[in-house]
Design a protein around this ligand. Structure first.
Ligand SMILES: O=C[C@H](O)[C@H](O)[C@H](O)COP(=O)(O)O
Length: 262
């Protein structure tokens, strides 16, 4: 079954599988959104069913909440949990300092709130997400629908004064209509190419009226687990300054792949 997965899916899967091992009985865990996070939710669901793992989850989107419930994971709200032991999420880009671009799936607002309310944030990603400088992936900014074009113009004006190469902000669409987030907002994707000072940009964007949040996660992520298509997994911890390498055996996971193929 594993052979039917593309190398990129295998890479996402092994990163997710390794991260699932961090979840212990009694923990309160934030569950990210996106294709890599979906693998994590499936892995954790399997651990709940097969090994009796008992934990509570705070999902970062309605999509993740639905999948988690489907997998038999106990879901609570962030206000019920108040504080989390751990959040595990995907990313669109990460750099050597583990600063991130997130929000490719439009869930950045809940993701940032949940990650910030956690003792630890672990990112799971395939190796293609690592970059020297953030910005090739369009940076999402969540904006309120009221006056969004004015907000767009203000963002573009602000970008002119920043150390970025691109300066256009485009409205994310869902077919013929604007894409609407779980919070009822729109997403403007900022085509920057290269972000010279991501810390400054993250702060400046959030000062613009109409901007609710942006997809730059600065000093939030502690650990990245990088998956490779051949089953290799690398864990980098920025606080400990450690790098661990390992390989996951696909044979052990055949049941999960079979489940997914059904
Ligand atoms: O809004 C979506 C999230 O930030 C995702 O975690 C991010 O886009 C990565 O998604 P994927 O794992 O599908 O590449």
């Amino acid at each position: 079954m594993a052979g039917e997965l593309s190398p990129i899916d295998k890479a996402k899967f092994v990163a997710a599988k390794r991260a699932a091992d961090l979840v212990e009985d009694g923990m309160r865990v934030g569950l990210g959104t996106g294709s890599t996070a979906a693998w994590l939710v499936r892995c954790l669901g399997e651990m709940v069913r097969e090994q009796g793992l008992s934990f509570t989850a705070v999902p970062t989107s309605t999509r993740t909440a639905e999948l988690a419930r489907e997998m038999g994971i106990r879901v609570i709200s962030l206000d019920e949990a108040k504080w989390l032991d751990l959040t595990i999420d995907g990313a669109d880009e990460f750099d050597a300092d583990l600063n991130l671009i997130k929000g490719g799936g439009g869930a950045l607002l809940q993701e940032k709130i949940v990650a910030t309310a956690s003792d630890q944030m672990v990112v799971i990603a395939d190796a293609g997400k690592e970059v020297e400088t953030l910005g090739a992936f369009p940076l999402p900014a969540e904006v309120i629908p009221f006056g969004w074009q004015t907000t767009q113009a203000l963002i573009e004006e602000t970008l002119v004064s920043m150390d970025v190469l691109g300066r256009t902000a485009t409205l994310r669409m869902n077919g013929d209509a604007p894409f609407v987030t779980d919070e009822g907002n729109y997403i403007l994707d900022l085509h920057l190419k290269r972000i010279g000072n991501c810390r400054q940009l993250a702060m400046v964007l959030n000062q613009i009226p109409g901007v609710v949040e942006n997809g730059l996660f600065i000093d939030i992520c502690d650990t990245v687990i990088i998956g490779y298509g051949d089953g290799e997994v690398e864990t980098r911890d920025i606080n400990e300054g450690t790098v661990e390498k390992d390989r996951l055996d696909f044979v052990e996971t055949d049941n999960l792949f079979t489940d997914l193929a059904d």
